[in-house]
Design a protein around this ligand. Structure first.
Ligand code: ADP
Length: 349
C-alpha cells in the first residue's frame, strides 16, 4: 500500500510517499517560498505539478489540516461536505486552513478517483474534559462563537505517546504521560490513560509555552494596551505576538541551536524564560495527572538538545520523573491514520 502525505502550508509544500508495508519513505520533497518574488513556483498548483509521483496510482493521499474545530475528532475521508467544513473553519486558523484546503483541492483535481483523507492537528485533543477546554469567558463566547481551547500538534503528541507505550512496554490505555513537542512551535500535553486531558496551545497555537517567535501565555490585556495606548492596529498586534515575540523578541534569535552558541545575557535570559514556562506546565500537569509514567521529549529542541532537557529536569520535583526522547514523525502518523480509515472504508463498502 502506498500513501502520499501532503502538508500544504502558506508558502510551502511538503510531500512524503510511504510504502506502508515497510514504513519506508519512497519519496520526500519540501518546496519553500512558494509565491515569493524570484521563487521557483508562483503557486501551490505549480509546486504540486512538479512533484514526481503518479498520484493516480496511489492507494490514498493524506492531507494535514491544522484546524478541525469541533467537527473532526478523527481522520476523515474527504468529500464536498468535509471541504465545506474545513472552509468554515478558516476564520479560526486563517493562514493554515486556507493553505491546507488549497492543497486538498489541487490534489483532488489531480487524482480524483482515489480516496483523500484529512488528518487534523486538533483531533487528538477533542475529547479533553470541558473544564480543560473552556475558558472562563461568558458562555456565549463558546456557545455562539466557538471560542474554546482546541489544542494543536495533536498528530505529534499522539504519535509519541503510542511510541512511548511500546518502549515502556505498557498498555497505552493505562499510561499517563507528559509529552513535550519542542520545535519552533511548541506545546505540551497531559495524557491520561492514553488520552489528551489538557494541552498548552489553546484557541490558536499562540497560547502556552514560549516559542521561537510566539509569546505563549501573556495577560490578554497587553493586546488591548498595544492597541489603545501604543496605537497599533489588529494586524500589527497579531504580528507582534506571533512573529516578534518569544525567543526572537527577547534575544533577537529564534533558533535554539544558535541561541545556545551565543553566550550573552539576552540569550541566557531567553532560554531561562522558556525553560521556566515549561517547568510551570510540567508541574501543573503533574498535579492534574497525579501519577506520571514518563515525560516524553520530541521536536527539534526536545530530541536534540540534552542541555535544554537537563535544564528542564534541574528541579527537585521534576527530576523524580522518568523521561524518554522520541523522534516524532507526524507524516508517518498521518499515513498510519489514513491507512486505518482506508481499511474501514474498504471493509464497509
Ligand atoms: P518546526 O516547528 O519548524 O518543525 P523543529 O521541530 O525542526 O521545528 O525544531 C526547530 C528547533 O529545534 C530550532 O530552534 C532548532 O534550533 C532546534 N534544534 C535543532 N537541533 C538542535 C540541537 N542539536 N540543539 C539545540 N536545538 C536544536
Amino acid at each position: 500500500m502506498q500513501i502520499a502525505v501532503i502538508n500544504s502550508g502558506s508558502s510551502s509544500l511538503k510531500c512524503k510517499l510511504f510504502n506502508m508495508q515497510t514504513k519506508e519513505v519512497l519519496y520526500s520533497v519540501l518546496i519553500e517560498n512558494i509565491g515569493e518574488i524570484g521563487a521557483e513556483f508562483k503557486n501551490h498548483h505549480d509546486a504540486l505539478e512538479s512533484i514526481d509521483i503518479d498520484f493516480c496510482s496511489l492507494d490514498v493521499i493524506g492531507h494535514r489540516v491544522v484546524h478541525g474545530g469541533e467537527f473532526f475528532s478523527e481522520a476523515t475521508l474527504i468529500d464536498n461536505n468535509v471541504i465545506a467544513r474545513i472552509k468554515e473553519l478558516i476564520p479560526l486558523a486563517p493562514l493554515h486552513n486556507f493553505s491546507n484546503l488549497e492543497g486538498i483541492i489541487i490534489a483532488r483535481t489531480k487524482a480524483p478517483n482515489i480516496p483523500h483523507i484529512a488528518v487534523f492537528d486538533t483531533a487528538f485533543h477533542t475529547n479533553m474534559p470541558k473544564e480543560a477546554y473552556l475558558y472562563a469567558l461568558n458562555k456565549d463566547m463558546y456557545e455562539k462563537h466557538h471560542i474554546r481551547r482546541y489544542g494543536f500538534h495533536g498528530t505529534s503528541h499522539s504519535y509519541v505517546s503510542k511510541k512511548a507505550a511500546k518502549i515502556l512496554k505498557k498498555d497505552i490505555n493505562r499510561l499517563n504521560l507528559i509529552t513535550l513537542h519542542l520545535g519552533n512551535g511548541a506545546s505540551i500535553c497531559a495524557i491520561k490513560n492514553g488520552k489528551s486531558i489538557d494541552t498548552s496551545m489553546g484557541f490558536t497555537p499562540l497560547e502556552g509555552l514560549v516559542m521561537g517567535t510566539r509569546c505563549g501565555d501573556i495577560d490578554p490585556s497587553i493586546a488591548l494596551y498595544m492597541q489603545r495606548e501604543l496605537g497599533m492596529n489588529v494586524d500589527e498586534v497579531d504580528k507582534e505576538l506571533n512573529k516578534n515575540s518569544g525567543l526572537q523578541g527577547i534575544c533577537n534569535e529564534n533558533d535554539v541551536r544558535k541561541i545556545l552558541n551565543n553566550s550573552n545575557e539576552s540569550s541566557e535570559l531567553a532560554l531561562k524564560i522558556m525553560i521556566r514556562r515549561i517547568q510551570k506546565y510540567i508541574g501543573s500537569y503533574m498535579v492534574l495527572l497525579e501519577t506520571v509514567d514518563a515525560v516524553v521529549f520530541a521536536g527539534g529542541i526536545g530530541e536534540n538538545s540534552q542541555y535544554i532537557r537537563e535544564k528542564i529536569f534541574d528541579n527537585a520535583l521534576i527530576k523524580k520523573l522518568d523521561s524518554i526522547v522520541i523522534e516524532t514523525n507526524e507524516e508517518l502518523e498521518i499515513a498510519t491514520q489514513c491507512m486505518n480509515v482506508h481499511s474501514i472504508v474498504i471493509s464497509s463498502s
